[in-house]
Design a protein around this ligand. Structure first.
Ligand code: SF4
Ligand code: SF4
Ligand code: SF4
Length: 493
């Protein structure tokens, strides 16, 4: 399984240009179906439920349950594999060939816009509940298509992925622990390869002859959309698995396959942008856990509640403050004890003999540089916690899939299930008694893997002891909150 490209049948399929084209076209067709099926549907006239179509509509169910939750499961096993079939990334690559090809300014590519977009998405979930309404979901996708066209026309290569896709940014983090990679098979072969055909864009002519009629078409061989060379890849974060280099390599020197979990975590370096995104994601996952843990929810949301009362803001103001609180301040507060301990490594006690005052001691590391180090080993725990949310959601709601497929708008299915009772309400796939053990096992594995990651990463860091205890406090605090939730929610019901 280390090299799927050389397995019989599957290998031929994965190398086939048409296989990827057809898969991406199918993904595009499904995305368009989500838009069409959700476009005019918000409520059901005469039905008092505020969000009747949330699970029966193909648009809301497809995007917010099936895709978002399924993506976490896929990321656990195959990292950024979704990017290989993603219609947005594919169209971005195709359209940008015919645009102005402007280079992306550095400030746009540093993950800040994506993270701000993730925060905006959280605000819109709290304020408008876009995940509950098919028409809002459809409009969100249309907005993304507009952003896709504009970014493709203006900028070169995959600018949309870099500016507008929080999903890709989250997959980028999770791909660091996933047991799946694209690498060269033999670096010696690359060292002796002068063509570097794998990533170089090249125009060529194709000749089509129909009897006496001959048609010449100019084609372009696409290069690497993220400007990396397969020979230099040593972490999974940037490669979008577009498979261009696999198709282009003249020496059949690429490998796509499995590796041990967490293989690259010990030497990985988290950029500031990624650290900021992880921080926001931590806040969002923690807030999601608190939904089913009343004491934790009361505690976590006490600050925005009080602030809204002090400011005299109503529900919308409270939701806005809550979204900003859980995405920005709460995760910073959670990381603070670990941060303080880690920064103690800079503390030096020096005795100066004599009347002269000692000079200023400058600390070169910024707060965010330390934060990047601190957050790196939390990825396994965050992935496990995210996975728990996905498994629980899919277990509870996957039964709606036949309803969403049989009636794309979801109106008839809702009426049949909830008003007329002609169809049974979909139940859970696995009983809670069984699920709770799976959940606890996932959490424990995530925590243990995070501790293992702490030990691995600490061995290459300055101030090893401070780093170890700082990160341990950080992951233990998060794991404690999640464990408390799981026990109250699933074991003490
Ligand atoms: S980064 Fe986002 S838009 Fe780009 S290919 Fe991946 S999922 Fe698709
Ligand atoms: S991946 Fe293939 S084309 Fe690229 S440098 Fe290596 S051998 Fe050459
Ligand atoms: S390294 Fe290869 S698969 Fe990865 S993004 Fe570049 S061309 Fe695509």
């Amino acid at each position: 399984m280390k090299d799927l490209l050389h397995l019989p049948f599957l290998g031929a399929l994965l190398r086939g240009r048409w296989f990827w084209r057809v898969t991406r076209l199918l993904a595009l067709a499904v995305t368009l179906l989500v838009i069409v099926s959700g476009w005019h549907h918000h409520l059901i006239p005469g039905v008092a439920t505020p969000d009747p179509l949330m699970y029966t509509s193909f648009a809301t169910f497809g995007l917010w349950v099936l895709w978002i939750m399924g993506l976490v499961l896929l990321a656990l096993v195959a990292g950024r594999f979704w990017c290989a079939v993603c219609p947005f990334g594919w169209l971005n690559g195709l359209l940008s060939r015919y645009g102005f090809n402007r280079p992306l300014p550095g400030w746009l590519g540093g993950m800040l816009p994506i993270t701000l977009l993730l925060i905006a998405l959280q605000i819109s979930v709290y304020l408008l509940a876009i995940h509950r309404y098919p028409d809002y979901t459809a409009r969100l996708l249309v907005l993304l298509f507009v952003a896709l066209i504009i970014s493709s026309v203006v900028f070169r290569k995959r600018a949309f992925c870099q500016i507008f896709c929080p999903a890709g940014a989250i997959l980028k983090c999770y791909a660091r622990v996933a047991p799946f990679e694209l690498r060269v098979r033999d670096s010696e072969v690359c060292a002796g390869c002068s063509s570097v055909q794998c990533v170089s864009e090249q125009s060529f002519w194709q000749r089509y002859a129909f009897g006496p009629a001959v048609l010449h078409l100019q084609r372009q061989r696409p290069g690497c959309p993220v400007d990396i060379h397969p020979h230099q890849i040593d972490d999974n974060s940037d490669c979008t698995l577009c498979m261009n280099c696999v198709e282009n390599c003249c020496n059949d020197n690429l490998r796509l396959g499995f590796r041990p979990w967490l293989a690259e975590l010990s030497h990985a370096v988290l950029g500031r942008g990624e650290a900021f995104l992880l921080l926001v994601l931590t806040g969002m996952v923690t807030a999601n856990f608190s939904k089913v843990n009343v004491p934790l929810r009361e505690m976590l949301f006490a600050a925005p509640k009080k602030a809204a009362i002090l400011l005299g803001w109503q529900a919308d103001g409270y939701f806005l403050l809550s979204a900003l609180w859980i995405t920005l301040l709460l995760p910073l507060l959670l990381a603070l004890p670990g941060m303080i301990l880690y920064r103690l490594r800079f503390m030096k006690v020096t005795t100066v003999i004599g009347p002269d005052e000692p000079g200023q001691v400058s600390v070169k590391h910024s707060l965010f540089a330390g934060l990047s180090d601190l957050l790196l080993p939390t990825i396994p725990l965050l992935l496990a916690s995210h996975l728990i949310l996905a498994v629980v959601k899919l277990n509870a709601k996957l039964g709606y899939l036949p309803l969403a497929l049989s009636d794309l708008s979801g109106v008839k299915s809702y009426l049949a299930v909830h008003l007329m009772g002609t169809l049974p309400q979909p139940g859970v796939l696995v009983s809670i008694d069984l699920l709770k053990w799976l959940v606890i096992v996932l959490l424990v594995i995530g925590y243990l893997l995070a501790i293992w990651a702490v030990k691995k990463v600490a061995s290459g860091r300055d101030g090893k002891k401070f780093y170890f205890w700082g990160t341990l406090i950080n992951i233990s605090l998060l794991a404690g909150l999640y464990l408390d939730t799981v026990i109250r929610w699933l074991f003490l019901r």
